[in-house]
Ligand binder design. Structure first.
Ligand SMILES: [Zn+2]
Length: 226
């Protein structure tokens, strides 16, 4: 009898030591993100794959299914608001979700070498970084910030945004998201060809830090996703 128990325990120990393969990339990565955001928004996150065991499963490599470019703001952690786990998201975070050369290089790495086929540029309501850009008085800013302001100005003209744009933080946040999306979509030689071949999707999204909801943006408007 003791021998049988020994074999059973040994069998269980062996099975628990087997390393599962990372989950395959979801058929629809955007839908997976939005489903996770719904769980978060409704207060029922499942916090998937956030254990030490998961890290052990991933020790041979990572296969994140999406790149998320978001603000460094402490209220905007992608894994939490999309209710995803270790190994799921390739995160790039800068104040104001600004995309410069370093961030672009990171995105290209995720697309070229990790196989990500979705890039989400995630701006958020009441972004302090964008607000700081808008309220900066006097002179031109250093290059990256000025690029954002220049883009916001061009967006204001193109999208017929109100002249009071400099007092409209929400419009500026959205223009800033458009700017990053357009920059990435037109970036050569890595991203643009893949977008044109429909191998890569680059989208803008807006996160409402009051409701927790992430809405996809469609150039001139945001769409609340159900
Ligand atoms: Zn921010």
């Amino acid at each position: 009898m003791k021998r049988i128990w020994f074999y059973l325990v040994a069998l269980l120990a062996l099975s628990s030591c087997q390393h599962k393969q990372p989950e395959p990339i979801p058929h629809d990565p955007m839908a997976t993100l939005l489903e996770g955001n719904r769980r978060f928004m409704e207060g029922h996150p499942i916090h998937p794959d956030q254990t030490l065991e998961r890290i052990r499963q991933l020790k041979k490599g990572q296969h994140p299914f999406a790149v998320v470019v978001s603000c460094s703001d402490s209220r905007v952690p992608p894994e939490l608001i999309f209710d995803q786990g270790l190994g799921d998201l390739f995160s790039i975070r800068t104040a104001g979700n600004v995309v410069g050369d370093y961030e672009l290089g990171s995105i290209e790495y995720a697309v070229e070498h990790l196989g990500c086929n979705l890039v989400v540029v995630l701006g958020h309501k009441n972004c302090g970084a964008v607000e700081a850009f808008l309220h900066e008085e006097g002179g031109r800013h250093h290059d990256h910030i000025q690029t954002i302001l220049d883009y916001i100005a061009s967006e204001a003209e193109e999208k017929s945004l109100p002249d009071s744009l400099k007092h409209n933080l929400d419009a500026a946040v959205r223009a800033n998201i458009y700017h990053a999306v357009h920059l990435l979509q037109s970036s050569e030689p890595v991203l643009k060809p893949r977008v044109e071949r429909k191998e890569l999707r680059i989208v803008g999204a807006y996160y409402d830090i009051e409701t927790g909801q992430v809405s996809l943006m469609d150039n001139s408007k945001s769409i609340a996703l159900k």
